[in-house]
Design a protein around this ligand. Structure first.
Ligand code: SUG
Length: 449
C-alpha cells in the first residue's frame, strides 16, 4: 500500500492521421449517420489536444496515449491481401474490398476509454495495479487495436507494481470494451474503492437483451476481469444496462452514466433496474454515502441524452475546489432540454461546481465524446515519477504535439483518400517521430518487423 499522494490521471487518446467517417459501428448512431462524409484529421487532433491542455491548466494530471498505425498492413496480409509492397496491398484491397480498407484505416484507437479496464492498487488483493486490454471483439475495426494497445500500455506502465493481463479470449461470450463499461467509486483516489461493471447481455438472462443493436459487453467478461484483477467481491458491483437504452444508441454505459469519487450521474433509463443498482452500490460503498444524480426522462429523454452525449461527460475534481466540474461536449449547449438541465444542475446541485463545454465535434461525429477519449488511471506520485515515457502534458509537450499535428496531419479526408498509398507513409513517418518524442520505445508493427 502506497503512502505517497494519489491522483486520477486522465490519459487521452491522440486522434490518428486517418480519422475518417466510415459508418463502421452498427448501433452507434453518430457513426452510422456520418458514414461517407468528409473528416478533418487535423482539426480532430487539435480539438482533442485542446481539451487535454484545458484540463492540465485546471490543475489536473493529464497524459496522452499515441494513435496507431493505419492502414494496418499486418491485418490486410492476414486477410490474404498478399503483394510484394505495402502500396500494392493497399491498391488491391481498395479495388476489391473498400469496406475492408475502411476498417483497417479507422483511427478508432483514439477512444481510449475502450483500451483497457484498469483496477488501481487500492482495490486489488495483491496491492498491484491490474490492467486488462479490451478484446473489442464485437467490432472488427476495433479488434485490431489490441496488440498495439497492449504494447503501449506495457511501455508506459512498466513498474513492478503493474500487472498486465492478456485480453480476454475473443468471441461473443467474452466481448469486452474496457473502461467505457467500468467505473470506480472512492473517497480519496488512493482509498479502497468500489468497482462497478456494467454489461449489455448475460447468458443467464437472454430474454432481456437488446433487439435492434448489439450488446457490446457481457457479464461473463466483467466477471472474468474482476476475478483476474483480484477484486474483493463485497466491493464489486455488476449491473445490466437497460436493453431499451442500447436500442436507442447507448452502445456503451459511458453514453448514459458517469461516476467519479462518491458521485454517480446517470439517466433514469440507464440500467435494467436503477433502484437495485443504487442499493447495491450503497451497500458496497459501506461506511460512506454515495451521491446519486438520476436525470429523469421527463427532463432529458433518451434521444436527447444520446444526441447530446450529456452522460459522456467527464466528472473531475479540480484541486482546492468543492464539487465536481463536469466536462461536456458543445452539443449539450445546442440541445435545449440538456442545456436547461445543465444550467439548473450548475446552479442548484451541491455536488456539481461548474459545467465546461468543449468542441470535440470531429470525434463526436463518430460517437466519441469527452469520456470516450480518456482512460482514467489512479497513480501515486511515486508511479508518476517512475514513469519513463514522456506522456504527461506540460506547456512544452503541448507545443511539441501541436507542431507535430500541424506538420503531419491532413486538413481533410474523404473515403477515396484511404486508397492513397502516401497516407501510409505519412502515418509511419509521423508515428516514428511521435514514439521518439513520447519515449515509448518500439510499439508499432512497422518498427518491430
Ligand atoms: O466503438 N466509433 C467508436 C466510438 C467509441 C466511443 N467510445 C466510448 N463510448 N467509450 C465505436 O463505436 C466509428 C468509426 C467509424 O464509423 O468510422 C467508431 O468506431
Amino acid at each position: 500500500m502506497t503512502t505517497s499522494k494519489c491522483y486520477e490521471v486522465n490519459f487521452d487518446g491522440l486522434v490518428g492521421l486517418t480519422h475518417n467517417y466510415a459508418g463502421l459501428s452498427f448501433g452507434n448512431v453518430a457513426s452510422s449517420s456520418h458514414g461517407g462524409l468528409m473528416s478533418s484529421p487535423r482539426a480532430a487532433a487539435l480539438q482533442g489536444l485542446d481539451k487535454m491542455m484545458a484540463l492540465h491548466r485546471l490543475g489536473l494530471k493529464q497524459a496522452v496515449l499515441p494513435p496507431q498505425e493505419r492502414p494496418h498492413i499486418p491485418t490486410l496480409r492476414k486477410l490474404g491481401f498478399s503483394a510484394n509492397s505495402d502500396s500494392e496491398v493497399i491498391s488491391n484491397v481498395a479495388k476489391t474490398a473498400p469496406h475492408i480498407l475502411a476498417s483497417v484505416c479507422s483511427a478508432s484507437s483514439m477512444w481510449v476509454a475502450n483500451a483497457a479496464t484498469i483496477s488501481p492498487f487500492a482495490d486489488t488483493s495483491d496491492g498491484n495495479t491490474h490492467i486488462t486490454p479490451a478484446n473489442l471483439s464485437s467490432m472488427f475495426h476495433r479488434s485490431i487495436e489490441i496488440e498495439t494497445t497492449s504494447r503501449v500500455l506495457r511501455s508506459i506502465f512498466s513498474g513492478e507494481d503493474f500487472v498486465h493481463h492478456d485480453p480476454l479470449p475473443g468471441g461473443s461470450a467474452y466481448s469486452d470494451e474496457g473502461a467505457a463499461n467500468h467505473t470506480r467509486f472512492c473517497n480519496e483516489y488512493g482509498d479502497e474503492g468500489v468497482e462497478f461493471f456494467v454489461y449489455g447481455s448475460s447468458k443467464a438472462n437472454l430474454a432481456s437483451a437488446p433487439e435492434k443493436f448489439p450488446a457490446r459487453q457481457t457479464l461473463a467478461a466483467c466477471q472474468a476481469i474482476a476475478r483476474s484483477h483480484g477484486l474483493i467481491p463485497e466491493r464489486t458491483v455488476f449491473a445490466q444496462q437497460n436493453p431499451q437504452a442500447i436500442d436507442a444508441g447507448v452502445f456503451h454505459n459511458d453514453v448514459i452514466a458517469v461516476g467519479n469519487r462518491d458521485l454517480l450521474f446517470y439517466h433514469e433509463e440507464a440500467f435494467s433496474n436503477n433502484v437495485q443498482v443504487a442499493e447495491q452500490l450503497n451497500a458496497a460503498f459501506a461506511n460512506s454515502e454515495l451521491s446519486l444524480i438520476e436525470v429523469p426522462k421527463a427532463k432529458v429523454n433518451l434521444e436527447d441524452a444520446v444526441a447530446s452525449y450529456l452522460f459522456n461527460s467527464q466528472l473531475v475534481s479540480i484541486p482546492k475546489t468543492d464539487g465536481a466540474t463536469i466536462i461536456v461536449p458543445t452539443e449539450c449547449r445546442e440541445n435545449d432540454s440538456v442545456h436547461n438541465y445543465l444550467n439548473q444542475l450548475e446552479l442548484e446541485h451541491p455536488a456539481i461546481n461548474q459545467v465546461k463545454y468543449f468542441d470535440l465535434r470531429q470525434s463526436m461525429n463518430n460517437g466519441g465524446g469527452p469520456a470516450c477519449l480518456r482512460l482514467r488511471v489512479v497513480m501515486s506520485d511515486e508511479q508518476i515519477n517512475n514513469c519513463q515515457a514522456n506522456i504527461f502534458l506540460s506547456d512544452e509537450l503541448y507545443e511539441k504535439l501541436k507542431q507535430w499535428i500541424e506538420s503531419h496531419y491532413r486538413e481533410s479526408l474523404v473515403p477515396e483518400d484511404l486508397a492513397d498509398p502516401a497516407l501510409l507513409d505519412e502515418c509511419r513517418r509521423a508515428l516514428q517521430e511521435l514514439s521518439v518524442l513520447l519515449n515509448l520505445g518500439s510499439v508499432y508493427d512497422f518498427q518491430l518487423n
